[in-house]
Design a protein. Sequence first.
Length: 166
Amino acid sequence: MLEQCKQRVRKAGFTVTEVLLASSIMSLLAAGCLTLYIMFQRAWRAAQVHMEADRQATLAVSRMLYGMGGRKGLRSAGHNSLALQSLAGGWNLTYVSYGNQTNRVEFRSAPGTLELQPGALQLATNVADASVSQAVDRVFIRVRVGITEGRFTATNEVQTAVRLRN
């Protein structure tokens, strides 16, 4: 009878070695999954920062071209109405659009902003650099946005040429 009880005990459970082996395998799997999760979270965050830099740069150029808040953009400017003024740490671009609306785009490198005046409408923030150059019938615009969030840094540059109206 004692022998039958010993056999039942052995068949009813796992040995310590089996339990340790199974728990170590599960721990390795959990550690691997956690490592993959952290890696994908970092990659996702880096992609988000890059997308935000792209969005802000594109939005800045779009607002300069088409205007915002009832103010007209460079697409409506006449070619003899442009006045580009270089300043210490930035520039001003003044133009008159159809309907005799006078607007001014201001870039200030110290705060890193582009503004549309009058009204101090903020075209973009996080602007690392911006430049405007003028040809006979065109304006060339370049805006570079730089974003740093924690350990992730992204920059994006958008440039375009605008053909001015007669």
